[in-house]
Write a protein that binds this ligand. Structure first.
Ligand SMILES: NC(=O)C1=CN([C@@H]2O[C@H](COP(=O)(O)OP(=O)(O)OC[C@H]3O[C@@H](n4cnc5c(N)ncnc54)[C@H](O)[C@@H]3O)[C@@H](O)[C@H]2O)C=CC1
Ligand SMILES: O=C(O)C1=N[C@H](C(=O)O)C[C@H](O)C1
Length: 263
C-alpha cells in the first residue's frame, strides 16, 4: 500500500487527484493539504463524508502528523518548488503536476533527489495523449523545423505559456537547430502579436472560459503543413498518468522530468 498526501486538494486538479487516490485499492490517502481549507477532516466535506483523513493548512503541521511515501502536488507555481524541496528533504517522493518550474529549478531538484536517493516526478502534463503529442512533435520537427505552438486553456490559469508548451518547445529544441522563423524584417504593430519566442519557435497562449487544456503544434514547409493536436476535455484525462507516477516513483532513486520517462 502506497501512502499518499495531496497538496492543493481544494483546487480543480487536487480534488480530482484526491478522489483518484481514494478510489484505488493500492493507495492509502493519509493526509491532504490546502491553506484555503477550513476543515480538520475530509469527512466534514459532503463528497468525502465516508473518508476519515486529516486536513492540514500548512506543510509543517502535516509532516508532524503523517508519514507519506508520496507527495502529490497540484498547487500554484509560486509554492511548488518549495513544496517539492520540502518533500525530497524528508525522503517523500514528489509527484508534481504544478507548472511554472524554470530549467534551473528542475536541475536543482534533480540534484537534491540524487543526494537524498529519493525518486520523484515532475510532469507538466499527465495525459498520455499529451505525452504522445509532444513525442510526435519532436519526431516531426526533424523534418519540419518551422513550427508554432498554440496552447489553449481555461481562463483561471496563472502561468503562460503552459508547462506543456514549454516542455514541447524543449523537446523540439533537442532535435532542431535554433532558427528565426517568419520574415526577418517583420514588425509587431502590437507588442506580443507574434507570441513568446523559444529559440525562434513562437508560442501562443489562448485563455477562454469553457476550455480545459488543449494544444496544437503546427508545422509548415514547402507546399505542405502538419498539425498535431491534443485535447483534454475533462481533468480525468490526467489521472492515469498521476496514478502511474505514484506507483513508479517509490521504486526510483532520483527525480525525473516528464511522464514519458516512465512510460
Ligand atoms: N501536470 C498536469 O497534467 C496538469 C497540471 N496542472 C497544473 O496544476 C496546477 C494546479 O491547477 P488547478 O488545480 O487548475 O489550480 P487551482 O487554482 O484550481 O488549485 C490550486 C490549489 O492550490 C492551493 N494552494 C495554494 N497554495 C498552496 C500551498 N502552499 N500548499 C498547498 N496548496 C496550496 C490553492 O488553495 C488551490 O486550492 C497548475 O500549475 C496547473 O497548471 C493542471 C492540470 C494538469
Ligand atoms: O493549468 C492547467 O489547466 C493545465 N496545466 C498544465 C500546463 O500548464 O501545461 C497541463 C495542462 O495543460 C492543464
Amino acid at each position: 500500500m502506497i501512502k499518499i498526501v495531496v497538496a492543493g486538494f481544494k483546487g480543480k486538479m487536487g480534488a480530482t487527484a484526491t478522489q483518484m487516490v481514494i478510489d484505488r485499492d493500492n493507495f492509502q490517502l493519509v493526509g491532504v493539504l490546502d491553506p484555503h481549507s477550513t476543515e480538520s477532516n475530509l469527512n466534514q466535506i459532503g463528497q468525502y463524508s465516508q473518508t476519515d483523513v486529516p486536513v492540514f493548512q500548512t506543510k509543517e503541521d502535516l509532516i508532524e502528523s503523517v508519514q507519506p511515501d508520496v507527495w502529490i502536488d497540484f498547487t500554484i507555481p509560486a509554492v511548488a518548488f518549495e513544496n517539492t524541496k520540502f518533500a525530497l528533504k524528508r525522503k517523500i517522493a514528489p509527484v508534481v503536476g504544478t507548472t511554472g518550474f524554470s530549467e534551473e529549478e528542475v536541475k536543482q531538484l534533480v540534484g537534491l533527489s540524487q543526494q537524498q536517493q529519493t525518486g520523484g516526478l515532475i510532469a507538466p502534463n499527465f495525459a498520455v495523449g499529451a505525452v504522445l503529442m509532444m513525442e510526435f512533435a519532436q519526431k516531426a520537427a526533424k523534418y519540419f523545423p518551422d513550427v508554432e505552438i498554440l496552447e489553449l486553456h481555461h481562463d483561471n490559469k496563472l502561468d503562460a505559456p503552459s508547462g506543456t508548451a514549454i516542455k514541447t518547445a524543449e523537446m523540439i529544441a533537442e532535435v532542431r537547430e535554433p532558427k528565426v522563423q517568419g520574415n526577418p524584417a517583420e514588425e509587431e504593430l502590437i507588442p506580443g502579436a507574434r507570441g513568446a519566442d523559444y529559440q525562434g519557435m513562437r508560442i501562443h497562449s489562448v485563455r477562454l472560459p469553457g476550455l480545459i487544456a488543449h494544444q496544437q503544434v503546427q508545422f509548415g514547409s514547402l507546399g505542405e503543413g502538419l498539425t498535431i493536436r491534443h485535447d483534454s476535455y475533462d481533468r480525468s484525462s490526467f489521472m492515469t498518468g498521476v496514478a502511474l507516477g505514484c506507483e513508479k516513483v517509490v521504486g526510483l532513486s532520483q527525480l525525473v522530468y516528464g511522464l514519458e520517462k516512465l512510460l
